[in-house]
Design a protein around this ligand. Structure first.
Ligand SMILES: [Zn+2]
Ligand SMILES: [Zn+2]
Ligand SMILES: [Zn+2]
Length: 356
């Protein structure tokens, strides 16, 4: 009888499966209770996260942090998703030092572009090859910075999971492992499972399981909310081209209602949206159906068969979004030119949050 390596590991207290949430995930100024690490004094840890890390083998690395400027807002290092993963894995894998934390905290070396997050970027992406078809899984692209992080965190998976052939061309994509993706932690959990099960080499069956998982979550383009995308292909109702809907939001909101009025006229495949406005400042189109408010408006219009109300709300939101995004862009240009627009930018964002 052979034990599965993944299940043979005991779940002791020394190997927690998650970290407690960090209460200081937004920058705050004027607090004097931070901790730091001697060789990484640019990292700050709040007392709550310190309480947890102080109970691990790494406790002796921490020292109180003395801020040079108390007015400077500070964010807890444990609110950074990659650093959280690095800490958790350093503890779980019984690492002897903070080498992993050091490498993740310092970011990719010169020559490796950082992850572009929820923004699309033109670069050479890594993909995942399905061993059955020998072809890349569609809609799953990872940047070199995120592949580097995975290599550091799970060294036994290095060179075995993601591919980037020499002749791979540059294309514009969004990294599927960006930390804002709701699949970020689930993908890392799957990688951890694969790593634990692959002591000497990756078993074909485990790798296939991982590929199947990625295939399932990559069927649809992920919603990137109000990020303006270059693509002109969206789901939309022929009478409301302003209401552009991404594949994920279509699946979640429109598809379940597809036999009802309005929903049933929304294009079932991606279609080219007619050009509605000309702005050299803001090229691109964003999803209009990700917020709880708009989803409620949509369901309500369907149940009352009220196309007119949906149209009005969608058009108002569309025009406000573009006005606010344009203003945001102008304020950002001012900031770069040295004009302080922080107040206007904050106000702009809060208006947007109230109507998005
Ligand atoms: Zn914290
Ligand atoms: Zn990335
Ligand atoms: Zn969406």
């Amino acid at each position: 009888m052979s034990l599965e390596p993944g299940t043979a590991l005991p779940n002791t207290v020394a190997r927690p499966n998650s970290l407690p949430p960090c209460p200081r995930s937004r920058p705050v100024a004027g607090l004097h209770d931070w901790y730091t690490i001697r060789d990484m004094s640019f990292l700050n840890f709040c007392p709550s996260c310190m309480g947890f890390l102080g109970s691990t083998r790494f406790r002796d690395y921490f020292i109180p942090s003395f801020q040079k400027d108390p007015r400077q807002p500070i964010i807890c290092a444990m609110s950074h998703p990659w650093l959280r993963v690095a800490w958790l894995q350093s503890i779980k894998q019984d690492r002897k030092d903070l080498g992993l934390i050091w490498h993740i905290a310092h970011g990719p070396p010169a020559g490796t572009k950082p992850c572009s997050g929820t923004k699309s970027d033109l670069r050479r992406w890594y993909h995942l090859t399905d061993p059955r078809t020998k072809r890349a899984v569609d809609n799953f692209d990872i940047c070199s910075a995120c592949v580097r992080n995975i290599d550091l965190i799970f060294p036994n998976l290095q060179f075995c999971v993601f591919d980037r052939p020499q002749d791979k061309k540059e294309v514009e994509k969004i990294c599927n492992l960006n930390t804002h993706s709701r699949h970020f932690l689930p993908i890392l959990n799957e990688l951890e499972r694969l790593s634990e099960r692959s002591k000497d080499s990756i078993r074909h069956r485990d790798f296939q399981d991982f590929v199947d998982y990625i295939r399932r979550i990559s069927r649809n383009r992920q919603c990137v909310k109000d990020t303006l995308l270059a693509t002109q292909s969206w789901h939309f109702h022929p009478e409301i081209p302003e209401l552009t809907i991404c594949e994920e939001c279509y699946e979640e909101v429109v598809w379940p209602l597809r036999d009802r009025s309005i929903a049933h006229d929304v294009s079932k495949t991606l279609k080219l949206v007619p050009a509605l406005r000309k702005s050299s400042l803001l090229p691109g189109t964003s999803c209009q159906l990700y917020s709880e408010r708009m989803r409620r408006v949509f369901r309500d219009a369907v149940s009352r068969n009220n196309l007119e109300s949906l149209k009005q709300t969608a058009q108002y939101r569309y025009h406000m979004e573009h006005r606010l995004q344009e203003m945001h862009k102008l304020y950002e240009m001012d900031q770069l030119a040295g004009i302080d627009r922080r107040h206007e930018i904050e106000k702009n964002i809060s208006i947007w949050k109230s109507i998005e």
